[in-house]
Design a protein around this ligand. Structure first.
Ligand code: G3P
Length: 217
């Protein structure tokens, strides 16, 4: 499973790149706005340091506007993926952009059939939001299981991006289901490394190492 960061924070992206586990980045208008930085400046920096796909979202509500915005975003870098909301107008835009060779990521997906529609429109990626489904007392991971099953039934190659991830259990379950990608906040990625027994084990090894005579370091 590929690991994406769901952020527009360049420092966070740099740290994850140093760890060697970052496969791509997803952003949305909220995440860009949180940086407090000019859009073009922050996006240019992200595209310079990330080799993998970087999703940038359109804001128009009509297909014509989404297509124009998508073309503008795609010109910013070879690895740009245009994020389009799951609406009928959005699906019209997906079909046009994909036909032009511009990859799209259909976002704000909350039902398995919405994911199927995105795939039928030709989207390269689909982003079901697990955390926001959990927030309204639904079962976010059930959504992923069902999307995966449908895509397997029809050998659909649209990649599933598990989005709106809130904790490491979401990442584990996404991997068990066989989702293609999990996009997560930096805080969640950082937590994936942690286990109390790892910390305890390091502490014990260091303590015992002190007892070893003639240590080379
Ligand atoms: O970028 C899409 C999605 O991951 C947003 O997550 O936490 O705002 O529900 P969240």
């Amino acid at each position: 499973m590929k690991f994406f960061l769901d952020t527009a924070d360049v420092e966070q992206i740099k740290r994850a790149l140093e760890w060697g586990i970052l496969d791509g980045v997803t952003t949305n208008p909220t995440l860009i706005s949180k940086t407090g930085r000019p859009f073009k400046e922050v996006v240019k920096e992200i595209l310079e340091i990330v080799d993998g796909p970087v999703s940038l979202e359109t804001v128009s509500l009509d297909a014509k506007g989404m297509i124009e915005e998508g073309r503008t975003l795609a010109k910013m870098g070879d690895n740009v993926v245009v994020k389009i909301p799951m609406t009928p107008e959005g699906m019209k835009a997906v079909r046009v952009l994909e036909a032009e060779g511009i990859p799209t990521n259909v976002t704000l997906v909350f039902s398995p059939v919405q994911a199927l529609i995105a795939a039928k429109a030709g989207a390269s990626y689909v982003s079901p939001f697990v955390g926001r489904v959990d927030d309204v007392s639904g079962e976010g991971m059930k959504l992923i299981r069902e999307v995966k099953e449908i895509f397997m039934n029809y050998e659909i190659d649209t990649e599933i991006i598990v989005a709106s991830v809130r904790h490491p259990m979401h990442v584990l379950e996404a991997a068990l289901i066989g989702a293609d990608i999990c996009t997560m906040p930096f805080a969640v990625m950082e937590k994936l490394f942690k286990h109390p027994l790892t910390d305890k084990g390091i502490e014990l090894f260091l303590k015992d190492w002190e007892k070893v005579p003639d240590r080379p370091f």
